[in-house]
Ligand binder design. Structure first.
Ligand SMILES: Nc1ncnc2c1ncn2[C@@H]1O[C@H](COP(=O)(O)OP(=O)(O)OP(=O)(O)O)[C@@H](O)[C@H]1O
Ligand SMILES: [Mg+2]
Length: 253
C-alpha cells in the first residue's frame, strides 16, 4: 500500500505516521517511510541514530538527470524499492527511511523540484505485496495542488477536535477529489471522549476510520526525545487497527 498522511500543522501526522510504520514493520512488512516535511522529525520518532540521516531526495534530481542521460528515463523503469540509491536511504530492520529535504534558505523559492521527484517516484515505484510506502506529508494543502500524492492508494487526513484542523481537512478532501483520489479517510487524533468524536464526525461528514486518544505516554516520549516505539499505550493498538481497516478496504476494492 502507498499511504499519505496529511493534515493541518501539528495535528499529529508524524506521530501517527511513526506508529503506523512501526505497526506494519512489526507485522513483518517492509516499509519505505518518506519524510516529506521540510523540517523532518520522523527519523527521531522512529529511533534512527541522529548521525544516520539520509541525503535528501531533493538532491536526487541531479542523480536522476544523470541516470536518465546515461540509461534512459529512470522514471520509466518502474524501479523497485531495492533499486533506490542507497545514499538516499537509512535502514533499520525492515524500515527504510527517505527524507524529501528542506528548502535551505528563506525565500529560496518553491519546493517544486522536490515534489516533482516525489511525485514521479510514487507513480513509478513498484511494490511487492509485502511492501508499503508511508508518507509523512508537509502540513497543509499545498502539496495537493501540485499533485504530489496523486499516486497513493490511501490518503489519511489527521483531524483533531477543533475547527481549524477540520477546515484544513475539508480543503484536503476537495483537492484530493480533484486529483482523483478515491480512498480518503479521516483519522481522529487527540480524542478524549464521545463528544470529541461526534464533533469530528458532524463537522467533516465522515466517521473517522480510527481514533487515537490523548496520550500522556506520547507526550512524555516526545519531550524526552525517545522513539515512539517505547511509548506503548493504546496508541500502538489503534495503529494496528488502522492497518487492519486499510487492508479490509484494499481487499474490497
Ligand atoms: N494523541 C496525542 N496525545 C498526546 N500528544 C500528542 C498526540 N498526538 C500528537 N501529540 C503531540 O503533538 C505534537 C505534534 O505532533 P506531530 O509532530 O506528530 O504533529 P505533525 O502534524 O506532524 O506536526 P507538523 O505539522 O509540525 O509536521 C507532538 O509533540 C506530539 O507528541
Ligand atoms: Mg510532522
Amino acid at each position: 500500500m502507498k499511504i499519505a498522511i496529511c493534515g493541518k500543522g501539528g495535528v499529529g501526522k508524524s506521530t501517527i505516521s511513526a506508529f503506523l510504520i512501526n505497526a506494519l514493520a512489526s507485522q513483518g512488512r517492509r516499509v519505505l517511510a518518506i519524510d516529506a516535511d521540510p523540517s523532518p522529525h520522523l527519523a527521531r520518532l522512529l529511533g534512527f541514530p541522529a548521525d544516520q540521516v539520509p541525503e535528501p531526495v531533493a538532491s536526487m534530481t541531479e542523480l536522476l538527470q544523470e541516470r536518465t542521460e546515461r540509461e534512459g528515463a529512470f522514471y520509466n523503469m518502474n524501479p523497485k524499492v531495492s533499486d533506490l540509491p542507497e545514499k538516499f536511504l537509512v535502514k533499520q530492520d525492515n524500515i527504510s527511511l527517505m527524507v524529501l529535504g528542506a528548502i535551505q534558505q528563506g525565500g529560496a523559492g518553491c519546493a517544486c523540484a522536490e515534489n516533482a521527484v516525489l511525485r514521479n517516484l510514487l507513480n513509478m515505484l513498484l511494490l511487492s505485496p509485502d511492501e508499503d510506502v508511508i508518507l509523512d506529508m508537509e502540513a497543509g494543502v499545498e502539496h495537493l495542488g501540485r499533485g504530489t500524492i496523486a499516486a497513493t492508494d490511501h490518503i489519511l487526513v489527521v483531524v483533531q477536535p477543533y475547527r481549524g484542523s477540520i477546515e484544513t481537512a475539508s480543503r484536503i478532501k476537495s483537492l484530493a477529489a480533484d486529483i482523483g483520489i478515491k480512498s480518503l479517510h479521516i483519522v481522529a487524533n487527540n480524542v478524549r471522549d464521545d463528544e470529541d468524536m461526534d464533533f469530528i464526525e458532524q463537522e467533516t461528514g465522515i466517521r473517522p476510520i480510527v481514533a487515537f486518544r490523548t496520550s500522556d505516554e506520547v507526550r512524555r516520549a516526545e519531550r524526552k526525545g525517545i522513539p515512539l516505539s517505547e511509548a506503548g499505550d493504546g496508541f500502538s493498538r489503534t495503529a494496528h487497527e488502522l492497518v487492519k481497516k486499510l487492508e479490509e478496504i484494499n481487499a474490497g476494492q
